[in-house]
Write a protein that binds this ligand. Structure first.
Ligand code: SF4
Length: 280
């Protein structure tokens, strides 16, 4: 998934263009696309708890069981066996904490004290930034398919133009970044192991969207590889039970998730910081 580029030579956020001009042009294009061929969206936000009380019980155990039992292609096991002692120790250390993260609103912080720390890290152009969007946030009309890691983020495509993922992917500077949409927890885990292998001396940081339940369930696994980063909470038709999560991991996700407008703004603010530090 590393440094996938747009399928068209047109990029809204080019180096010679100001952030403001690029964003205005993107938004105007999105409004035109919505007028001519609007995509399906959530008509209203359902009121759903992040995790149902039953599901919240023994969540660490459920997470361990899922990671091992569903690792059909041994993606996680292979990565884990590269440094078994170090990873076991870090996983145990995290597991004994009440929560594997700190939280600031919709932002779950792993290995970080606050969001300000991430704002500073994202401006380090030498750090490899891993960006992941959960597939359930893709529009139903997504040209790359919904249950897929792919994303063409083509600014000329009417669906991509109305999609927040499309906007963020276009705004993400390509230098020292890696991006994907996330079909399953094993896919993103395998990708992180691959990037750790590929860049043993580089600092890796991540910014990933997911349901609250996933951010809670797999936080210890993020801490196991000791990467610093943020998980961003999705709203809308989220998974808040084990059954919904299981179906979603098989690609059955009939509902749409979304990011709340202030959360979207914060993501763009973070990308702007990255853009300014890379293009200065
Ligand atoms: S930008 Fe959105 S609609 Fe376009 S390919 Fe990516 S996820 Fe799908």
């Amino acid at each position: 998934m590393e440094q996938k580029t747009s399928s068209t030579p047109l990029r809204m956020w080019r180096e010679e263009r100001s952030w403001h001009d690029a964003e205005t042009e993107w938004d105007n294009g999105a409004a035109r696309a919505a007028e001519s061929s609007p995509i399906q969206s959530l008509k209203h936000l359902p009121k759903m708890v992040g995790i149902t009380p039953d599901t919240a019980k023994n969540l660490k155990w459920k997470s361990l069981k899922w990671m091992i039992a569903k690792d059909h292609q041994r993606k996680i096991l292979k990565g884990f066996l590269k440094h078994p002692l170090k990873y076991t120790w870090q996983l145990l250390k995290s597991s004994f904490k009440k929560k594997p993260f700190k939280r600031q609103g919709d932002f779950f912080l792993y290995g970080l004290n606050d969001l300000a720390e991430f704002e500073s890290l994202i401006q380090d152009e030498k750090a490899l930034l891993i960006v992941g969007f959960s597939y359930c946030h893709k529009p139903f009309e997504c040209p790359s398919g919904r249950f897929s890691p792919d994303c063409i983020h083509d600014p000329l495509n009417n669906v991509c133009r109305q999609c927040f993922i499309g906007k963020a992917m276009n705004a993400l500077p390509q230098k020292n970044s890696s991006s994907m949409c996330i079909p399953t927890i094993h896919d993103i885990g395998a990708e992180i192991f691959r990037l750790i292998d590929l860049h043993p001396t580089k600092m890796l940081i991540f910014m990933i969207t997911a349901c609250e339940m996933t951010l809670e369930m797999f936080g210890d696994w993020g801490n196991m590889v000791a990467l610093k980063g943020i998980g961003i909470r999705l709203d809308g038709r989220i998974c808040n039970t084990m059954r919904a999560f299981e179906l979603s991991e098989l690609g059955t996700k009939p509902g749409l998730t979304t990011l709340l407008p202030p959360t979207q703004s914060k993501i763009l603010e973070l990308l702007h910081l990255r853009y300014s530090s890379i293009n200065q």
